[in-house]
Design a protein. Sequence first.
Length: 334
Amino acid sequence: MTVYGSFPGSRPRRLRTTPAMRRMVAETRLNPADLILPAFVREGVREPVPIAAMPGVVQHSMDTLRKAAVEAREAGVSGIMLFGVPEDAKKDATGTAGTDPGGILQVAIRAVREEVGDELVVMSDLCLDEYTDHGHCGVLDADGRVDNDATLERYAEMAQVQADAGVHVVGPSGMMDGQIGVVRDALDTIGKEDVSILAYTAKYSSAFYGPFREAVGSSLTGDRKTYQQDPANLRESLRELALDLEEGADMVMVKPAGPYLDVLARVAESVDVPVAAYQISGEYAMVEAAAEKGWIERDKAILETLTGIRRAGAQMILTYWATEVAQKLGGARR
């Protein structure tokens, strides 16, 4: 005689039976509007320059940057984060090219705004590392250490020239103490109250930045451990979060994303402002390299990593796959 009571009455597998069922009960959904495309633009080039460590990603010429912005907009991506790559000869100790109204990043902001207007949120990296000959994110003192307060003065200037160029959002990424308050004051002083600040609240000193340094032509020797966060610390991120919010951050971000999902989840639980995460160059490169070897299924791995970041609490994800994924998501809905 069969004893039916010996079988489970509650079967979670019932909700996994078909693709349609799984889609209907999914707790986390990716949407093109969740995505932001980081893009590099290099001064003095007429054709895009491939980045060896990031297959499929390039340093854009001004023309191809315009096209990439249009493509992102048409795919439904919400924003584009711009990084300028100046000519080596223009790098100096204080990153002068970063505050030159005619500098590569400011020219790029104007070009993208001209192309997409307000239909794509135009964001800019606010940091000195691309423009300094020593590659650090700030001004150095006589002993070769990054001078926090002297760097803040440079950030204020950068914020103003980027705002004058037409940026919607500035992203101070140098992890200087007080940077959000100084940038907010600098913007308000010139009547740019509507320019938002995306705070790089928890930016860790990570081994996964390697490919990015090729992407921006970094001149760095040494490391950034004295100003970027220690990967061992989580509570420190919450302290940084409280300070950024007090100073006027409109949005906050965790970077990198994948290795710090616990930090992302804690930040997302703690705030009532939008939360972003940056899926950085090393995260991108690992998936592409493993897929090229045939060790993982590329498209599934990309969606899985992005879904994990979204599930952890990110409302916005900066990812080099933004346009590609947005196009596929849009196609899937049709």
